[in-house]
Each structure stands twice: as C-alpha cells, then as structure tokens.
Design a protein around this ligand. Structure first.
Ligand code: HEM
Length: 404
C-alpha cells in the first residue's frame, strides 16, 4: 500500500549507492500487500540491502537493519530523539509519553509505570489465563478456528481491561477497534479518532465515579508539580492501550503459525514445559513486530553513513534479533538457544513498560494452548496473511486439529 505517492528528493549528502526504493508498507516480496511469512521477507531486506540505506518513500528517510545500529538509535539519546517515531510523520496521532525526550519523558514514564503494579499484573494475568482456558475448552471440540479472532485477539484485550480496571464486557468492541486502528489500513485514521473519543469518555466516567484503578488514579495524578491536562491524561491511557494490544496479538499469532508449520516443535514444547522460559524469549526474538523511527538531532554518522539533523531513521526492530552477527542461525526457532540478543522490547529510556506483562501472556499461550491442545495445522487451501508497517501484523490464521 502506497501511503505517499510523491517521492522525496534525494538530499545531496545521500550517495546513490545507499538509495533504495523501499516502502515500509509495501516491502519487496509482498503480493497484494500480504505474505505468508513476513519475517522471511524482512530477512531478505537485511541480507540484500545495505546495513543502512535511504528511501525516497514516505517523506524520505533512512532505514537501519542491523542490531548494533538499532541499539544505537535506542540508546544514544543525545543524537537521536523519540519525538517522531512513526513513518510517515503524522500517520498516527501523537502518543504522548512515548514521543517525549528527557527531561519531560522520565516523569511521564513513571506515571505510566503505575499501571504495572505487581497487584494489577497479577490480577490481569489470572484473568487472562482464565479467558484462555475458557476459550480452549469451547474451541477444542470444534476441531478448527480462526486463531486470530478466537484466541490471539481475545487474551491481550482481557488482560488490558483488567490492568486498567475496566469491565471485560468491553472486549468484543475493543478487539474490533484494535483491528481497525492498524496504521496503513483503510479507515485507520477514523478508528484512531474513535479510540480517542472512547478514552475521553472513559476518563470522564472515572472522574464521576472514581475507583481503585489506574484511570481513577490518573484523574488526580500530577507531573512536575502540576495536574495533567485532559490531553495528557488521554495520551497516557491511549499509550497503554495501543502499546499492549497489536504487539501481543501478532507476536502470538506469528509464533502459532510457525508451530503449526512445525508439528515437531509443538510436540517438543508440549512434552517439555521446562523449555517455556527459553521459548518465551525465543518467541519474542524470532517474531518481532515494531518498526519505529528516531529523529536525528544533529549532523552525525551511523555506521559510517552521514546523516543530517532533522532526518528520520527507521529501525527495523525485528531484524535486530534476526541478525546473524549477534545470533547464529537466526531464522531457526530454538528454545535452547544460549545468549540470545534482540531488541523487540526496545532498549534505553523507552524500553517497553509492558515487557513483563507481555512475557506472561506469551507464557499463558504456551501453557494453555500449546500444552493442552492437540497438534494443530494450517487448514489446507488457506494461508496466513501477514503485512508490514509500523507493526508487522496478521489478518487470519485458520487452524484445524483432531477434535477429542
Ligand atoms: C510482545 C509484546 C510487545 C512488544 C513487541 C512491545 C514493543 C515495544 C517497543 C519496541 C517499545 C519501545 C518503543 C521505542 O523505543 O520507541 C515499547 C514501548 C512501550 N510499550 Fe511495549 N511491547 C509489547 C507489549 C506491551 C504491553 C503488553 C504493554 C502494556 C499493556 C506495552 C506498553 C508499552 C509502553 C507504555 C511503552 C512506552 C515506554 C516509553 O516510551 O517510555 N507494551 N514496546
């Protein structure tokens, strides 16, 4: 999908050898916008393009594909700012704290982190496990399902509703909204507007009837010695919503696709629960989702390439863990892998605040689905449809198994 038809002019300091016709939303190898294996396509980009290259698409920007350079983007905050993390600029509304630099970022981050108290994490994961268990009990006799709709899309939403202290009856509406909000999809801008209205109403409701939950706490919270503005309150809630849904949904779905194609892996994991710690980390390494940019603050160089102040550099975070310079045989899913490295939860001051929760959710997927379901395969004649963008996403995953 071409979001911006016009090509940006190649700046004088960009050498021809580093220019590639690359569109984040239409990466090479996609057919009608989709692929059956998006990580294999990303790997081809890493293998065949320069480590850092410039594209005239989507406003013109740099792309970094290697672990060490993406790590520099995340950690060298003197040279790289978080203020414009989306390609193209303006495709989604400002997401508040995640788009701030120091000194504003740390106090807001501290505020967001209050959503992740041990008590709220425990409550959220207990409910997520119960939801997973109920779904599996209902699905198992049916012998088939659309994993995206029936499982992957449900558990993170139940988790998030409990994290924020909202009723679980909101789950179907929110799942639909999350699907419509994927940047680059038709109607995504409207869906972001709808999410904004929904969150504003939620905050008003908690103002009128405060409880013992994160949103009620936000109503009275202060940053830097002052009350939050209504927009800031809304942005904080929106960040927790948008940070925690598509990421977990798609990571789980990518992993399930891989397991469905490799029944030996399903068997190995089912028979060896002691592998789950390694498997959770291997899932997050092997099936990354987020492709986020930094704005260069000053004229500088990254891996010897000259970059000017004000230019965006897109980091393909999922490729950091697929870089053979840091992980041998990177495309192989190996729960036994020792010393694995990846950046799928970021690094530095913006490191994912939901990483602990996400790991717990992925573990629930292993403990409930992989451990309890019979061997699953992809329904013949169907194919998972995966797309690239600010996050790598999946539309459908039709699975079948022998009903008990
Ligand atoms: C597999 C699941 C997840 C992945 C791959 C993921 C990925 C990321 C990444 C890469 C960042 C850093 C962004 C940057 O450097 O600009 C981030 C930040 C963040 N994530 Fe996650 N995330 C996941 C799950 C979650 C969950 C479950 C939540 C909350 C419910 C969450 C909330 C956040 C928040 C609030 C931030 C912003 C932190 C800051 O800017 O200080 N994430 N996430």
């Amino acid at each position: 999908m071409k979001l911006e038809a016009a090509l940006a002019e190649q700046p004088q300091h960009v050498p021809d050898a580093l220019v590639r016709d690359f569109d984040l939303y239409g990466i090479p190898g996609l057919v009608d916008g989709y692929s059956a294996d998006i990580h294999a396509l990303w790997k081809q980009v890493q293998d065949s393009f320069p480590d850092i290259f410039w594209t005239p698409r989507n406003g013109g920007h740099w792309v970094a594909t290697r672990h060490d350079d993406i790590l520099t983007l995340c950690t060298d905050t003197a040279r790289f700012s978080n203020t414009e993390p989306f390609i193209p600029i303006g495709i989604v509304p400002h997401t508040g704290p995640s788009q701030l630099d120091a000194p504003e970022h740390p106090p807001f981050r501290k505020l967001v982190s209050l959503a992740f108290t041990p008590a709220s994490l425990n409550k959220a994961t207990v409910r997520a496990r119960a939801a997973a268990s109920d779904i599996i009990a209902a699905l198992r006799p049916q012998g088939r399902c659309n994993f995206m709709h029936d499982f992957a899309g449900v558990m993170p939403i139940v988790t998030f509703l409990n994290l924020l202290g909202m009723p679980e009856t909101e789950a179907p509406y929110l799942r639909d909204l999350a699907e419509r909000m994927v940047p680059g999809q038709p109607g995504a801008q409207d869906a972001w507007g709808e999410a904004g209205d929904y969150i504003a109403a939620l905050i008003r409701e908690h103002q009128a009837n405060p409880g013992d939950d994160f949103i009620s706490m936000l109503v009275h919270a202060q940053v830097m010695g002052r009350d939050l503005t209504p927009t800031e309150r809304q942005n904080v809630v929106q960040l927790v919503v948008t940070g925690g849904l598509d990421t977990v949904i798609n990571t789980t779905a990518f992993a399930m696709t891989h397991f469905a194609r490799n029944p030996d892996l399903q068997r190995e994991l089912r028979e060896n629960p002691e592998l789950y710690d390694g498997a959770v980390d291997e899932i997050t390494r092997r099936f990354g989702t987020s492709n986020l940019a930094r704005l260069t603050r000053c004229d500088t160089a990254l891996a010897g390439v000259s970059i000017k102040a004000g230019e965006q550099v897109l980091g393909i975070f999922p490729l950091a863990g697929l870089d053979e310079r840091v992980n041998p045989d990177p495309m192989t899913f190996d729960p036994h892998r020792v010393g694995r490295r990846h950046l799928n939860f970021g690094s530095g001051p913006h490191t994912c605040l939901g990483a602990r929760l996400a790991r717990r959710e992925i573990r629930i997927f292993l403990e409930e689905w992989i451990a309890r379901m019979p061997e699953c395969r992809i329904v013949e004649g169907t194919s998972p449809r995966m797309a690239a963008g600010l996050i790598n996403t999946m539309r459908d995953l039709h699975l079948e198994w022998e009903p008990a």
